[in-house]
Design a protein around this ligand. Structure first.
Ligand code: NAD
Length: 360
């Protein structure tokens, strides 16, 4: 059986020396599209049963085909019968390319649909990348802020520590708290999920309380839309904390919807000159009203707003290593005794299949 990997515009490499060794132990052959990994200095074709081939060969000869980016319609049509495609189709995202799958005969699986369960943790690419992004967001902010992060007592005077406000304490937010604390900043955190308060406090963050939030135990750990009354109270509290902060890192997402606006223009107007906002939710609309995706803007009052949801790519080597581990762990669930095996009872397989649609 052949497991094939395609190149994408995405700079992360989906295979590593380690993941290739693990695949080979399963008794499969591997084909990699020419140049895959070479930009990162990886030379992956040393072993028997691993070969570099052109894109068409990889598409037509693989039983399990992986591509970080969705395939073009003619490429989908060229896949061999019975083979499966593993990619990222983000069906909950309004910009998804699900319509390109209409009429496709092969089964298609989307790694962003893997359930956020304990069993699936080792395959959870969203968490791997969010964690790196949270870390890099803090380093970027520290670099851009025209101030120190830690308190400094010097002969020339004492410098107060910077205050970092983190909005959203999911995977990225928690990593951002830990990183900002290590750099000596004062860290304040807000999240609609009250459940994260103890986690925030155990990392040394101060949890900003707003009474009356709504949790939904059926939402799989994700935040849910809040009442208007709660949103009003939340806005007032966030306004107060944003005006006081030197750095604001926003990570709040609502699965399947545009990101909630947490930082309004009025709040930015009240921030100090030189303060920095890093918006990790930029690609789904942003948590700051002024955010422009993939752009850095400087507001009239000198506040810098950086809209970037792909900060994980700034740690390309580790992002690639974690991605390739996640992919191996997921693809492994499709291999039994060296052959393609689709386990119709496996919750991870069922939930991550995006084509044919689940109701067919
Ligand atoms: P996410 O990217 O969907 O959102 C980031 C954070 O923003 C979340 O904590 C969310 O509550 C918060 N948020 C949303 N709206 C907000 C608002 N209006 N104001 C303030 N904060 C707001 O979250 P994520 O990092 O993907 O994690 C989602 C959940 O899944 C979490 O409960 C996380 O612990 C859980 N999770 C579980 C596993 C696992 O068990 N395998 C893995 C990863 C994440």
């Amino acid at each position: 059986m052949v497991v094939g990997f395609l190149q994408s515009k995405d700079p992360r490499c989906p295979v590593s020396d380690t993941s290739i060794k693990k695949f080979l132990k399963l008794g499969v052959q591997m084909t990699l599209e020419n140049e895959l990994g070479k930009e990162l200095g990886l030379h992956l074709d040393g072993a028997d049963h691993v070969s570099y081939q052109d894109r068409t060969n990889v598409i037509t000869k693989s039983d399990i085909l992986y591509s970080t980016e969705p395939l073009a319609p003619d490429e989908l049509a060229a896949m061999s019968e019975q083979s499966i495609l593993i990619s990222f189709y983000a069906p909950f995202n309004p910009t998804n390319q699900m319509d390109t799958l209409a009429g496709v005969k092969n089964e298609v699986y989307s790694m962003d649909m893997i359930p956020r369960t304990t069993l699936a943790q080792s395959m959870d690419v969203l968490s791997s990348m969010a964690s790196i992004a949270g870390y890099k967001a803090v380093l970027l902010a520290a670099e851009q802020l025209p101030r120190y992060f830690p308190m400094m007592m010097t002969a020339a005077g004492t410098v107060k520590p910077a205050t970092v406000l983190i909005l959203g304490a999911g995977v990225a937010g928690l990593q951002a708290i830990a990183t900002a604390k290590r750099l000596g900043a004062k860290v304040e955190v807000f999240d609609v999920r009250k459940a994260v308060k103890t986690e925030v406090e155990s990392l040394g963050g101060k949890f900003v309380e707003v009474e009356g939030s709504k949790d939904d135990k059926d939402a799989g750990g994700y935040a849910v839309e809040q009442t208007e009354e709660y949103k009003q109270k939340q806005q007032e509290k966030i306004h107060e904390r944003v005006s006081n902060a030197d750095v604001v890192i926003t990570t709040a997402q609502l699965r399947g919807r545009t990101a909630p606006i947490l930082v309004t223009t009025a709040m930015v107007n009240d921030m100090k000159h030189g303060s920095v906002i890093i918006d990790l939710a930029a690609s789904t609309g942003g948590n700051c009203e002024l955010t422009q995706n993939n752009t850095t803007i400087v507001h009239d009052n000198g506040v810098k707003i950086i809209g970037d949801s792909f900060l994980a790519n700034r740690a390309l080597i580790d992002a690639s290593a974690l991605l390739s581990n996640n992919i191996f762990n997921y693809v492994n669930t499709f291999i039994k005794e060296g052959a393609l095996h689709i386990d119709g009872e496996n919750e991870i397989t069922i939930k991550s299949r995006v084509h044919p649609p689940q109701n067919n």
